[in-house]
Design a protein around this ligand. Structure first.
Ligand code: MF3
Ligand code: CO
Ligand code: CO
Length: 248
């Protein structure tokens, strides 16, 4: 069931999204060679809790961190650990923040030190693919318009589009209807209406689109070991377009 949020609910989601965005900015300052992903997770957890909110990935279906922290070929759901970041890594911070009963979901891919042009382009193009998707969010458009815009941009740039994981509606629950795939046909799928809120989240790969899950039961990696980038924002449908609830 797709729920329509009131103006009041959207304000609450924006408040959750603001803490999420600020937690990203704080975490980014600490992303340097030598820092462990667990140290980053602790910084995020403390900041969110100190701001009267909850990092709702923590214990979600048993997930053991406040944030999903995925490095290089890890696509999503990386578990914070004693792994030290090093020059040339790319790291994805993906976490939800719940405040006053409402969720927000945001992901950024950060570059540690210097990477090749190919990897820099992967990151830039995945960010741009998200912008192409967001640009389609307005009343009367279909979910498929978002999906198609992302897929088309990814393929123009020779990137693999992960299909097993998709964006989603969001509200009092982290994952609500509808699914928001990163591939599909324009003009298909549910129609966007004022008050719908969705998380759009392209996961794009340098190589194959295929992914596998590690034995830890969480981490999803690319099948060929090539790098993957991920960006995500929470976006509300407004009267005449959309409003960003994260990222600004
Ligand atoms: N934030 C993820 C998403 O974009 C979900 C994380 S699953 C969890 O949908 F178990 F880690 F919480
Ligand atoms: Co997320
Ligand atoms: Co999400």
């Amino acid at each position: 069931m797709i729920t329509i949020k009131s103006e009041r609910e959207i304000e609450l989601m924006a408040a959750a999204g603001k803490i999420n965005t600020e937690a990203h900015k704080l975490a980014e300052k600490h992303l340097k060679p030598g820092v462990t992903t667990k140290q980053i997770d602790d910084i995020i957890k403390k900041f969110v809790i100190d701001n009267g909110a909850y990092p709702s990935c923590l214990n979600y279906e048993g997930f053991p961190g406040a944030a999903c922290i995925s490095v290089n070929d890890e696509v999503v759901h990386g578990i914070p650990s004693n792994r030290k970041l090093k020059n040339g890594d790319i790291v994805k911070l993906d976490f939800t923040v719940r405040k006053d009963g409402y969720e927000s979901d945001m992901t950024r891919t950060y570059i540690i030190g210097e990477v090749s042009k190919e990897i820099e382009d992967l990151v830039k193009n995945t960010y741009e693919a998200l912008q192409r998707g967001i640009a389609m969010v307005k009343p009367g458009n279909h979910i498929g318009d978002i999906s198609h815009a992302i897929e088309e941009y990814a393929h123009e740039h020779g990137l693999g589009v992960v299909e097993e994981l998709v964006g989603h509606g969001i509200g009092t629950e982290m994952h609500e209807d509808p699914d928001v795939p990163n591939f599909g046909e324009a003009g298909k799928g549910p129609v966007l209406k004022k008050g719908m809120v969705i998380a759009i989240e392209p996961m794009l790969n340098l190589g194959t689109k295929h992914v596998v899950q590690l034995d830890d039961g969480w981490t999803i990696v690319t099948e060929d070991g090539k790098y993957s980038a991920h960006f995500e924002d929470t976006v509300a449908v407004t009267e005449d377009g959309h409003r960003m609830l994260t990222g600004e």
